[in-house]
Design a binder for this molecule. Sequence first.
Ligand code: PLP
Length: 400
Amino acid sequence: SLTISSRAAAMKPSASIAAKKIVADLRAAGEQIVDLTIGEPDIPTPAHIIEGALQAMGAGETHYTPSAGEPALRQAIAETLQREKGLACSAEQIVVGCGAKQLIYETFAATLDPGDEVVIPAPYWVSYPDIVTLHGGSPVIIPCGQDTGFKLTPAQLEAAVTPRTRWLVLNSPNNPTGAVYSRRELEGLAEVLRRHPHIWVMTDEIYEHLCYEDIRALSMVEVAPDLFDRALIINGMSKAYAMTGWRIGYAAGPRPLIDVIVKMIGQSTTCASSVGQAAAVVALTGDQRCVSEAAAMYRARRDRMLEILSDVPGLELNVPAGAFYLYVGIAAFIGARTPAGKRIATDLDFSLYLLEEAKVAVLDGGAYGLSPYLRLSFAAAPDAVEAGSKAIAAACGALV
Ligand code: PLP
């Protein structure tokens, strides 16, 4: 019989990937489900990027690349960081991976020893704690509630620091809340980090370009360039360029860290896809209108979702400044009964009620480490946003 390692046994499956499968299974069984769990753009990759990939394939760019990534792509990324964030960053400080996720994975694999602590503000992207645990680290989860806009405060960070703290993970714009840290908020956190030189900061900026409130999502290292010698920027092509399936992400940081991540990649995936990398060069150096158009489109969907749900008594709406999710508070419904007589005790119960009775799939706040909330994605098509939001409103009204 199969023996599973204790590491693998301790790992939870990704909640969002699990939800995708549940929806696919229900649909295969003939059910009509509105899917508001999706964590990726529903639009196709822009045509000029696809064209670039086709040309690269035709030109024979179909071989292994260096483990750090193609020089042309590393250069394009370094120039993007210089242009957009004013960072003094060379191509040698960049590593390309199979999505941002691989870079987060290899970073923790390369830097954590058993008992090392990683500070993760909650709610968090579902994968951080599990990747930390897999590599022997201890996630230190800090609940960041609605009162601080779901953001970590300097006092909370200070209180969490121990001699074993290795990393702080900051994700702005945030999945699942859409929260975007302001310059002042980042400065406050930077002050704490300066007092504790042993802590590194991982800034996951994958939703950077999906920002809706006429603000630009700032990077911690832009606000505090002095911290760039112990910071790792994580970013990628998935969300801004609708390129989730191409699996291209990147990290930027100090040479010694980048070099060890490159070594890890050399012994895991060898390199990211050559064709994907060629497409990423086109995406980063080509016309950027596709990015602002996508952001405008998500913003319209966000506003429509907020409009439909704003009338629903009991739902606590938090306007997301970025990313493409609404993190809705449902405390008022805990303890309520469904028309079928079931009691709603948790946000997971609420999400199952929505799936069974309203035929809308959403993710529960428990998966993101802060309850009771639901995460509703507005990366779904406009008719799904419309129908799903209305069905949720009706389902809330049917609870007693
Ligand atoms: N970081 C956050 C906050 C995400 O939401 C995601 C994807 O959902 C990722 C990283 C991973 O993105 P990639 O497709 O580049 O692996």
